[in-house]
Design a binder for this molecule. Structure first.
Ligand code: PHE
Length: 464
């Protein structure tokens, strides 16, 4: 481990890791894919995917990060250097650099939308909200087609993220996430309580937990989402755990992150679905397209109809913006750790250069949601994606995350000497009796699940 590496405090590490996991994936993506996949069985399969694939891989990243005390690339190099295959494996450590650069284009953009909608809702609340659902949808489309504004919202998020990461691991990331995460939990709980008396609440619970038919696509999506939401394959967890104290248990911290991340996704669903099912059935199909934009098109209208809607609407977007922020921070920190470990850059230089790269990548992305026709219709993978934004999302979720996950499971499951791993698990934990279970999941279950995903993707399937 490098001498100068600063370490998170115990709670700080949890706050940062949970903050990284909980984001748009939980509050924006999980509810809409659950809705699109008819709830119930999809949720069950998703939970199974978290337990069998997501959680073991998350533990693997924690292990790799803390053991080597390095960024993802350096970590793969360090752990495989004396093993068969040696440096070849480090390619898997480089993939997260590409992944997060693409994420820096589209994820930051959606994060910017939430910030913009928070401010917009304050305006709507002050002026007395009186728009029809159609008007709200139309105004979202106008917003998307406004190129300079799109670039502006991306830029604002990039600047805020950069400013926090610039302050460093302890005084920036740890301090901010320790304040933001409990606040986020509290706000979400408040929204869930507000949802209880609404007419859609019981139907929401039924939808979420009933057992219904399940398609193969839903299965694919469930495994894929477990990667995205936990941040597995992004290298972020490796970076954060390189700042983890040896006094802390990897197993307990890792499982806590998985549980909290899942809980937040489920509570977000309850809130969203209470809103959706509060609308009479006949109007539901027209009120809610089962699409990714639901959070910005029909939701504002519904939020304002909630008890205390004037307050809850801005609060909701504020919450989502913060959830996104603690994720964008972790993405940037990962790249900063690569630049400072591998290239010897100072934190300031790394933050500035990487943020500029994000903005450069963001320009075509921001213009591809309506402002520029060519960019919005770009289809390098044929029917599988449309536009730069969609293509980046497709590439990250369908290819980059699974491939990096495969690399992790092969390296930690088969390449590295196992007693070394068990030893690291037991530091700060005590005896890890269920090590063989983790080992089985990482050696057999994860690679099979990931190879199946890749097989389907190669065959032309895609998931959100
Ligand atoms: N886990 C995050 C989420 O669910 C995804 C993410 C993490 C994206 C870190 C970017 C950076 O939203």
């Amino acid at each position: 481990m490098t001498e100068s590496r600063s370490l998170f405090g115990r709670a700080g590490f949890i706050a940062a890791a949970v903050g990284s996991a909980i984001g748009l994936g939980n509050i924006w993506k999980f509810p809409y894919i659950t809705y699109a996949n008819e709830g119930g069985s999809f949720v069950l399969v998703y939970l199974a995917a978290v337990v069998m694939v997501g959680a073991p891989l998350l533990l693997a990243e924690f292990l790799l990060g803390r053991h080597t005390g390095r960024n993802p690339f350096g970590a793969f190099v360090a752990i495989t250097k004396d093993r068969p295959g040696g440096r070849l494996w480090s390619a898997f450590g480089f993939l997260p650099v590409i992944t997060i650069s693409l994420v820096g284009g589209y994820y930051y953009l959606v994060a910017g939308w939430t910030l913009y909608y928070c401010i917009r809702c304050v305006g709507w609340a002050l002026s007395g909200f009186d728009l029809t659902p159609t008007e709200v949808s139309a105004s979202f489309n106008t917003f998307l087609a406004n190129g300079p504004l799109q670039i502006g919202v991306h830029l604002s998020f990039t600047v805020i993220t950069g400013a926090i990461v610039l302050l460093g691991v302890k005084s920036g990331i740890e301090r901010v996430t320790k304040i933001v995460m409990p606040l986020l939990g509290g706000l979400l709980l408040l929204l869930a309580i507000a949802a209880i008396p609404t007419p859609g609440f019981s139907e929401a619970l039924r939808f979420l937990f009933h057992i219904g038919p399940l398609s193969a696509d839903a299965l694919l999506e469930a495994v894929g989402h477990s990667f995205f939401t936990l941040g597995v394959g992004m290298g972020i967890l490796i970076t954060y755990s390189s700042y983890m104290s040896k006094k802390q248990s990897i197993v307990r911290s890792g499982l806590l992150v998985c549980v909290l991340d899942t809980l937040v996704g489920l509570v977000a669903c309850i809130v969203m679905f209470s809103i959706i099912f509060g609308v009479p059935e006949a109007e539901r199909a027209t009120a809610f397209s089962k699409s990714a934009t639901i959070m910005f098109t029909t939701l504002p209208h519904m939020l304002f109809a909630f008890p205390l809607g004037q307050l809850l609407a801005p609060l909701f977007y504020f919450l989502v913006a913060f959830a996104a922020l603690t994720s964008t921070i972790s993405g940037l920190e990962m790249l900063v750790s690569v630049a400072s470990d591998e290239l010897g850059w100072s934190r300031t230089r790394a933050v500035l250069v990487i943020s500029l790269v994000f903005v450069a990548i963001a320009i075509p992305t921001a213009l591809s949601v309506g402002a520029h026709e060519g960019l919005s219709n770009w289809q390098p993978f044929g029917e599988l994606s449309r536009g730069v934004f969609d293509t980046f999302d497709y590439t990250v979720s369908n290819w980059l995350l699974p491939i990096t996950g495969l690399g992790l499971s092969l390296v930690l499951g088969w390449v590295v000497l196992q007693p070394k791993l068990r030893e690291e698990f037991e530091i700060g934990h005590g005896q890890f009796k269920t090590f063989p279970i983790w080992q089985f999941l990482i050696r057999v279950v994860s690679p099979i699940a990931i190879l199946w995903i890749l097989w389907e993707v190669i065959g032309g399937r895609s998931f959100a």
